[in-house]
Write a protein that binds this ligand. Structure first.
Ligand code: HEM
Length: 577
């Protein structure tokens, strides 16, 4: 009985598991068939066909080349992309699933993207900035970007920048004093100092606020900006922090909310106060502060000019003779900032960008809300911070290694200042030709923004090869790689400021040097950055001799958002006589 009972009991189980197995097999076959059909259908699509014509690693169905990214840090991905560009040349593609990513390192192709008013949209990678910067200049697109750029660019006019020279000097002298305790005390990380002085300067020039004022808010704000930059770096690096649903569950998200509360409360409050003051002055018949921004920059903005500007692509290269002298960017390229500067008839008035934005919003044709002004101030605080902190730290490290170059920089400083400890003037900075070449060369070898990514809204026919990059593609411009191309820079791994002698600059393709990007969406702060770097470095190098024992080949680079050294920017200081 029991013998018979067993198969009886077993029978329904066996047929159940068989049924289950059949169901699983059928479901698997159906899924595989559906996926195969989907893959085959995708292969017939124009987007995929055009992408597949571009050289790149073999892609798997459904995942494309995503296997190359799995488990890799952002840094390793950058390195891999770099290796692939050596294998596949100056135009290479990768597939993330069925999303096409094309890497460009040919200046003629880069020009097509950067010098266009069509390909202005940032890639989805920029979304991490959104909670902090909202729709500020860095990430906005379309008409909003266009009108805000038109509004903000004049606030970076050279005449406005000249009025910041005192702020640059005061803060540079303050950091020289803070660094004094490092003299003769061995190695330290100069990035900490550069980061702090950069935020201090930005607080004053962006919002007209200082952290030495009685209120603790300025200090808390500065700390929050630095910590927010760290969180953005972490989100780029750690795969679980990249995904919003997982990130939202972490303590990092809570910390981000705390920091954003500090940051936004202050910017919101300052915008409100300054706007109220501006309105009050107008209501009491005191008119615009004198001279007004348009007087400073010497151009009257008439309603309707914007529409014209919309269609106007900044003139590409100019001949060296007609290039404006002022603050150069290391190539013969021009942008809207140069066009603004040519109307150089104004007087001095020191006002933070915030005041200038409030004023131009009132007098110009652009309507901008308090919240939007806040987003632009936050954007300037972010974009202006890490980039210049990294740039100045790399300069100090390179000068520490290349003592002969540092001596030439020092000799130039002695020629300008003699024994005097006086502050730097704007005119002095125009004399610092060699220091300028050192800064350009540093930004060539270590561009703080190592890649630029854009989303294409229209097909692009490349100039260097007969490929059409279809609309919808993410285009990655490899600034770091372009700057190290042997055909553009002989001995690209050698630190050689003479790469920026005028005759060498003129001989190169204009888009072979793009640390500040180029074209209509170039860095709006590039002249500000160059001026600030000159004042800061001049003040430091006249006080201290910088030394470093770490050769460049031992630098450990991390290129998530801003290129940095993960091993620290280690230098030593000696007092100059
Ligand atoms: C060495 C210093 C700097 C470097 C290398 C640098 C580089 C860049 C680059 C490459 C871009 C284009 C980014 C992209 O298209 O994704 C950019 C945009 C921008 N930068 Fe800078 N930057 C520097 C300093 C500054 C400073 C000091 C400020 C402000 C005070 C600033 C404000 C901006 C803004 C607002 C944008 C967005 C412009 C737009 O999209 O219209 N930058 N910067």
């Amino acid at each position: 009985m029991s013998f018979e009972a067993v198969p009886e009991r077993m029978a329904p189980v066996e047929s159940g598991s068989m049924g289950w197995a059949v169901s699983v097999t059928v479901a698997t076959v159906l899924t595989l068939t559906a996926l195969t059909l989907f893959h085959l259908w995708m292969q017939t699509r124009r987007y995929v066909k055009l992408g597949n014509l571009i050289p790149g690693p073999a892609a798997y169905p459904l995942i494309g080349n995503a296997n190359l990214l799995l488990g890799k840090s952002h840094n390793q991905i950058m390195e891999r992309a770099m290796e692939l560009s050596y294998v596949y040349g100056t135009v290479a593609r990768g597939w993330i699933g069925y999303h096409l990513v094309v890497f460009l390192t040919e200046p003629a192709d880069v020009e097509i993207i950067l010098n266009s008013y069509v390909h202005l949209e940032k890639s989805s990678e920029y979304r991490f900035f959104k909670p902090w910067l909202g729709d500020g200049l860095l990430i906005s697109s379309g008409d909003k970007w266009r009108s805000h750029r038109k509004l903000i660019a004049p606030a970076f006019h050279q005449n406005v920048l000249k009025t910041f020279v005192d702020v640059f000097n005061d803060n540079s002298r303050a950091v020289v004093e803070r660094m004094r305790k490092e003299v003769g005390h061995g190695e330290f990380d100069c990035h900490d100092y550069m980061s702090e002085v950069t935020v201090d300067i930005l607080l004053e020039t962006a919002m007209g606020s200082t952290r030495t004022s009685e209120s603790k808010e300025g200090f808390e704000y500065a700390m929050a900006v630095m910590k927010m930059c760290d969180i953005l770096h972490k989100r780029q690096l750690k795969i679980h922090l990249r995904l919003d649903p997982l990130f939202n569950l972490t303590g990092v998200k809570k910390e981000q909310e705390r920091l954003l509360h500090i940051i936004h409360s202050l910017t919101r409050k300052v915008v409100k106060q300054k706007k109220a003051l501006f309105e009050r002055n107008l209501a009491e018949g005191r008119g615009l502060p004198s001279p007004s921004l348009s007087e400073i920059i010497g151009q009257d903005e008439k309603p309707g000019e914007q529409a014209k500007a919309k269609a106007k692509v900044p003139k590409a290269p100019v001949s060296p003779d007609s290039a404006p002298v002022f603050i150069s960017q290391g190539s013969m390229l021009r942008d809207d900032l140069d066009e603004n500067d040519e109307n150089d008839i104004g007087e001095k008035r020191r006002l933070a960008f915030l005041d200038l934005m409030i004023e131009s919003a009132k007098t110009g044709a652009t309507a901008i809300s308090d919240e939007e002004i806040k987003e632009e101030v936050d954007t300037i605080m972010f974009e202006g911070h890490d980039t210049t902190a990294a740039g100045s730290s790399f300069v100090l490290c390179l000068l520490g290694i290349h003592q002969d170059v540092q001596e030439r920089v020092y000799a130039e400083q002695r020629q300008i200042f003699g024994d005097s400890r006086r502050p730097v003037t704007f005119a002095d900075t125009l004399e610092m030709k060699y220091l300028e070449r050192v800064i350009f060369e540093t930004l060539r070898m270590y561009p703080p923004v190592p890649i630029i990514a854009r989303k294409l809204n229209e097909d692009v026919q490349l100039a260097s090869r007969s490929y059409t990059v279809p609309a919808g593609t993410t285009v990655v411009i490899g600034t770091y790689k372009i700057h190290r191309r042997e055909d553009l820079y002989p001995e690209p791994e050698r630190f050689n400021p003479d790469n920026f002698l005028p005759e060498r600059t003129q001989a190169r393709h204009y888009y072979s040097y793009i640390p500040f990007s180029a074209g209509p969406r170039s860095c709006v702060g590039r002249k500000y950055a160059m001026l600030k770097l000159k004042v800061l470095l001049s003040t430091i190098l006249r006080n201290y001799k910088v030394l470093s024992n770490v050769p460049e080949k031992e630098f450990k680079l991390q290129g998530d958002i801003i290129l940095k050294r993960t091993d620290g920017f280690r230098v030593q200081l000696e007092q100059r006589a």
